[in-house]
Design a protein around this ligand. Structure first.
Ligand SMILES: [Zn+2]
Length: 183
C-alpha cells in the first residue's frame, strides 16, 4: 500500500514537471525559428485580396505596384542587415521570423506614376480627384480586410505595408499556429 501511494505521488510529480517544462518552452523560451515550418508563398486569401486591391485601385484611376509579398526568413535577415552590417539604409526593424511577410500574410505597395515608375510620394494625386492616391489605396485595402502599417503604434510606421493576421499574433505564428486554410 505504501509503495502504491509513493508511485502515485511520483506520477503526479512527473506529470507536473512535464507540464511545467512544456509551459516554459512554449511561453518563456524564444521560439526556435530553425524548426519553424513556414509557407513558401503568400497565403491564398492574401493573394486573392492583393489582386482585388490592385483591381479596385486601378478602377479608381490609381495604378499600383506590389513591391513585396512573401519573404523567406533568410531574405528577411538580409533585409534586416541592410543599413546595419551591410550597405544601404535601414528599411525594417524585423529580423527573420518577425515579419508577417515571413508567414505569407503581408504585401507592400507603391504607386505608379504616369510613366509607370514606382513612387512612394504620399502626396501624389494622379487621378486628380483632390485626394491623395496613397490614402485612397490604404482606404480600399482596409475595406478589403488589410491592416495598414501606417496605423502601427510607436515611431516606426511602415506606410507601404499591408497585412492580414487572421486573428493571430506574431508570437502565435512563431509558435507554429497556422492561419485558416494552411495545414
Ligand atoms: Zn511590409
Amino acid at each position: 500500500m505504501v509503495a502504491a501511494k509513493y508511485a502515485r505521488i511520483l506520477l503526479l510529480l512527473f506529470t507536473a514537471i512535464l507540464l511545467a517544462a512544456w509551459l516554459f518552452k512554449y511561453y518563456v523560451l524564444p521560439p526556435d525559428l530553425d524548426e519553424l515550418e513556414v509557407p513558401d508563398g503568400l497565403h491564398p486569401i492574401v493573394a486573392e485580396k492583393r489582386d482585388e486591391l490592385t483591381g479596385r485601385a486601378a478602377r479608381a484611376g490609381i495604378p499600383i505596384l506590389i513591391t513585396a509579398g512573401f519573404r523567406s526568413i533568410d531574405e528577411q535577415n538580409q533585409l534586416y542587415n541592410q543599413g546595419r552590417t551591410t550597405p544601404g539604409k535601414v528599411v525594417t526593424n524585423a529580423k527573420g521570423g518577425e515579419s508577417f511577410h515571413n508567414f505569407g500574410l503581408a504585401i507592400d505597395f507603391a504607386l505608379l506614376d504616369k510613366n509607370g515608375e514606382a513612387i512612394w510620394d504620399m502626396e501624389y494625386d494622379g487621378n486628380r480627384n483632390g485626394r491623395k492616391d496613397w490614402d485612397e489605396v490604404v482606404e480600399i485595402a482596409k475595406e478589403i480586410g488589410f491592416e495598414s502599417g501606417a496605423d502601427w503604434e510607436g515611431e516606426f510606421k511602415d506606410y507601404p505595408h499591408l497585412q492580414m493576421d487572421f486573428g493571430l499574433t506574431l508570437r502565435e505564428l512563431q509558435r507554429g499556429k497556422k492561419p485558416p486554410g494552411i495545414e
